[in-house]
Ligand binder design. Structure first.
Ligand code: PAF
Length: 282
């Protein structure tokens, strides 16, 4: 695997691969890689000729400085894992390389997409995510971009950015990877104790039961029930919201859209966990 720290070296490599007729697949990450990331890489390998990953802990998307400081950075293990899984190239830039002084800031309007859920609780988060993903797309110029369904609102906003700016990249959304217990894989899981990891299966359990309750309840009733479930000792829920999967706006009835998604965020042992489940899709 090639490891590039400089934009111009990565671009030279990619240009050469493109000239040879290769389809470029790109998976952006913030490192602390787990099987969820590796599943994105595998899907990239099935859909592209050359698979590029990036590891960059993007400071502009952290509204909480402590979260940024505490973000795990096991870079040696990450490189080993990518190598073992036959990643072709890793982009490992510094902050200066991603954000040179003359870089123009993005001024995009996501309408209501970034006002709810994560957007409500993490101010400026999506502006930072869109900024870094646009910058990385400008550098890598991939044919296909691979992102996980785990960050449902994130991929929806990135798709909106791609559409608004006519970026010639196809976004491929990949399924959530879960541990055997049902806990969605996340870089933040390593900060949970053994006990916390077991308890955190409550998130998946609640999503599953919410799906079953759809038949006989309104979205509001299910949300209220779920918030209570997620208020178990040790847990602090931020939201459990049932939304239209296209607009991310809360719904009043399960019939008003053919794409229904339940999204949640909870705190456990000082770690913020998110998860979601598609309750209905036409
Ligand atoms: O999902 C993530 O890990 C990050 O938000 C991303 C897409 C790599 C941008 O920094």
């Amino acid at each position: 695997m090639f490891v590039f720290k400089k934009v111009k070296n990565l671009q030279k490599y990619i240009q050469q691969k493109k000239n040879e007729g290769n389809i470029i697949g790109f998976t952006p990450t913030m490192g602390a890689l787990h099987n969820g990331h590796i599943s994105l890489l595998k899907i990239s390998q099935q859909n592209a000729d050359i698979s590029v990953c990036s590891i960059f802990v993007n400071p502009t998307q952290f509204n909480d400085k402590k979260d940024l400081e505490k973000y795990p950075r096991p870079i040696v293990a990450d490189i080993e894992l990518l190598e073992k899984n036959n990643c072709d190239a890793l982009f490992l830039p510094s902050v200066e390389e991603v954000y040179p002084n003359n870089l123009q800031s993005l001024d995009l309007d996501f309408g209501k997409l970034d006002k709810v859920m994560e957007g409500e609780f993490r101010e400026g988060h999506f502006a930072g995510v869109a900024q870094v993903v646009k910058r990385l797309l400008d550098i890598v110029l991939p044919d296909k971009l691979f992102m996980g369904q785990k960050d449902f609102q994130q991929f929806t906003i990135i798709q909106s950015m791609i559409d608004q700016l006519n970026v010639p990249t196809e976004l491929v959304v990949c399924p959530i990877m879960r541990e055997e217990s049902g806990l969605a894989m996340s870089s933040r899981n390593v900060r949970l104790s053994e006990k916390g990891r077991k308890e955190a299966t409550l998130l998946y359990k609640t999503l599953g039961e919410a799906k079953q309750k759809m038949e006989q309840s309104t979205p509001k009733e299910v949300e209220k029930w779920a918030m209570k479930e997620l208020s178990a000792p040790g847990f602090k829920p931020e939201y459990f919201t049932i939304v239209d999967g296209y607009t991310l706006q809360p719904i009043k009835t399960f019939e008003e859209t053919d794409y229904v998604v339940a999204c949640l965020a909870v705190w456990l042992e000082g770690v913020r966990l998110i998860d979601n489940d598609i309750l209905k899709k036409a």
